[in-house]
Design a protein around this ligand. Structure first.
Ligand code: VGL
Ligand code: ZN
Length: 242
């Protein structure tokens, strides 16, 4: 046929590459912003007294996340809170290891474990959510770290990397496909929770100004590297549409 347009494979591939490079360089258009929709859940990690100034494992400026999270929470239909919830004498506490000090590393049957000051002991004031955390529509609280011999930074899977908390199944049954993760601390419980959310197949975003870090021996930089490698997106609240 005389009017057939013949395009060879190489120029098609080259054209597609140019298009994707152009798309990557263009600033985010409103309709391209990640959406907060009915299938998006906000996961608020460990906004508890012990992780805020005055607490036993205070994260620098940890209290500053509260106002940011309260505002963000108004935009979500689905909100899950995680709560670090250790029995007294928990194996992650330095006080349970004679001769060891907080922030030293020990080997547990499941791998290396940072030893922490006693914190978030079940039923204590330190384990309570910050009183100014105002998320009246939150539906679920996932408590973690309650097994005496296993820590749990992640809201999904305990530190043995085998024991599920149930959060993955809960979100799946609720039809959630996207998770926005915020809270304390960026480099421990937020990072592990976000990484597990991504591994569970959720599109996962971390709102950077809604988190604060402990930053122990480069742990914050490593956390962002590890999260990014799994496809977790680092965003600001303003970059979320809806
Ligand atoms: C956390 C250390 C120990 C956290 C919890 O919430 O990031 N960090 N337990
Ligand atoms: Zn803990």
């Amino acid at each position: 046929m005389s009017n057939t347009i013949v395009v060879d494979r190489r120029s098609l591939i080259a054209g597609a590459t140019v298009l994707s490079v152009v798309a990557a360089l263009r600033p985010l258009q409103a309709q391209e912003k990640p959406m907060i929709d009915a299938r998006t859940a906000l996961i608020v990690v460990d906004v508890q007294n012990d992780f805020c100034p005055g607490g036993s494992l205070a994260v620098g400026k940890g209290d500053e996340v509260v106002a940011v999270i309260n505002a963000l929470g108004k935009r979500f239909a689905s909100i899950v809170l995680t709560q670090d919830w250790h029995p007294a004498g928990h194996s992650s506490f330095a006080s349970s290891h004679p001769g060891k000090k907080p922030f030293e590393l020990v080997q547990m049957p499941y791998g290396p474990q940072v030893l922490w000051p006693d914190h978030c002991i079940q039923g204590t004031r330190g384990a309570e959510f910050r009183a100014d955390l105002d998320l009246p529509t939150a539906q679920t609280i996932i408590r973690k770290g309650y097994r005496p011999q296993i820590d749990s930074y992640s809201g999904f899977t305990e530190a043995d990397r085998k024991t599920p908390t149930g959060l993955g199944g809960y979100l799946r049954e609720r039809g959630v496909t996207r998770a926005v993760v915020v809270g304390l601390a960026t480099d421990f419980c937020v990072s592990w929770t976000a990484q597990d959310a991504a591994k569970a197949g959720l599109e996962t975003l971390v709102v950077e100004e809604a988190c604060r870090a402990i930053d122990l021996n480069g742990s914050l930089a490593k956390a962002w590297t590890d999260m990014t490698a799994l496809g977790v997106k680092r965003v600001t609240a303003a970059e979320l549409a809806g």
